[in-house]
Write a protein that binds this ligand. Structure first.
Ligand code: ACO
Length: 348
């Protein structure tokens, strides 16, 4: 049984920068409120027409593939994590396969929101460990801007999220103690509806039956009336304080679980790369774990929360900045809608 290692990593963020002041042109918000609550100063929004979740994923993938010393033709499996796919179906994995001219390899989309990338990494890790695949491309990419409501009623959500993509290539390694040491995946659906987008979905009646404009009829059917749009059911919903409370418990829990599984402690962590949910959450988790500033990497200030893309973007930036070196112990951790949460411990 091999271990898998990250052989190449890349990121892509769109060039359009929107500062907090820019957002205050569209809704009743301000720089002080956003920075104080979330730490975010600016975010990137993809080109409305030219860029999609897939195209951004491809840009990140190209860099990861090149850095892994392979070509797109060598990739033998794709795992693509996103909550904002180009289409309701099919997934982004097959679109990436087509656009990158890869062979008829397997492609799998992961729908686990903020923890999507760590879940995707864990899935890819299993394939490499068993020897089934040798070059697995793992992508996390999001274009949130297409589905956000930039009006005051949605300001608690729309100021938080940004667009971008990150990717890694996993390959087998025989170097003892190197690569992905372990991954840890969890879920609890008890609070599934407090961070969610309800429509379109097969349970739409539950959310829309009381809306006067939702047509009563024998058979189902998909309706996108102005009233449904107005109801907010087709927009992301978040009970922010409830998410905060759960996140600051589950982040430390899943990080400690990974350390314990490898007989390591917080002191052994060279770099914690948490999902960039909110700078206050990351700082709270850092404090609870007793980690020093140079043991944690955050870049939410520049990009906002890019859900499934946030971990690979942050990991790539930390590595490019020389903050992750050969032999370092890197911990990835994420928490998000579902709720789902996950961690991965990597010897770089
Ligand atoms: N600008 C100005 N005022 C705002 C904004 C805004 N963008 N958004 C909300 N407000 C106002 C509200 O209307 C409310 O005003 P009121 O008291 O007059 O009614 C006030 O600010 C407080 O609103 P809350 O929703 O209670 O705001 P809170 O202080 O909880 O902060 C936040 C909201 C930042 C979302 C916070 O709850 C939080 O950090 N939650 C964690 C959730 C999170 O980080 N989610 C990220 C995505 S999920 C994930 O990645 C895991």
């Amino acid at each position: 049984m091999h271990q898998s290692k990250i052989a190449g990593i890349g990121l892509y963020v769109p060039k359009n920068v929107y500062t907090n002041d820019d957002l205050s042109r569209f809704m009743d918000t301000n720089d002080a409120w956003i920075q104080e609550r979330t730490g975010i100063k600016e975010r990137r929004f993809a080109d409305r027409n030219e860029e999609t979740t897939t195209t951004m994923g491809i840009e990140a993938a190209k860099i990861a593939i090149e850095r892994a010393g392979i070509t797109a033709k060598d990739v033998d499996f794709i795992v693509f994590a996103t909550l904002s796919p180009d289409y309701y179906f099919p997934g982004c994995g097959v679109l990436l396969q087509r656009e990158m001219g890869m062979g008829e390899i397997g492609a799998l989309d992961i729908r686990n929101q903020c923890s999507g990338f760590v879940y995707a990494l864990s899935v890819a890790d299993q394939f490499v460990k068993t020897g089934m695949y040798k070059n697995v491309l793992v992508v996390g990419s999001e274009k949130h801007s297409f589905a956000m409501d930039f009006e005051t009623r949605s300001r608690n959500v729309s100021v938080i999220f940004g667009d971008g993509a990150g990717a890694v290539v996993l390959q087998p390694t025989d170097e003892p103690g190197k690569g992905i040491l372990s991954t840890h995946l969890h879920s609890d659906g008890a609070d599934a509806e407090i961070l969610a987008m309800y429509y379109p979905g097969s349970h739409a009646n539950k959310w829309l039956k009381d809306k006067p404009a939702y047509p009563e009829q024998e058979l189902g059917g998909l309706f996108m009336t102005n009233e449904i749009l107005e109801s907010g059911a087709a927009l992301p919903y978040m009970d922010g304080p409830a998410v905060f409370k759960k996140a600051v418990v589950k982040f430390p829990e899943v990080i400690k679980e990974a350390l314990a599984a490898n007989n390591l402690t917080e002191k052994d962590i060279d770099m914690l790369v948490p999902h960039q949910a909110n700078l206050r959450i990351s700082q709270y988790v850092q404090q609870l774990l007793g980690l020093k500033d140079d043991q944690v990497f955050n870049n939410i200030q520049k990009y906002g929360n890019t859900t499934a893309a946030s971990v690979p973007i942050a990991l790539c930036e930390a590595w490019e900045a020389g903050k992750i070196k050969d032999g370092d112990l890197v911990c990835l951790a994420a928490f998000g809608s579902g709720f789902t949460w996950a961690s991965a411990l990597i010897r770089w």
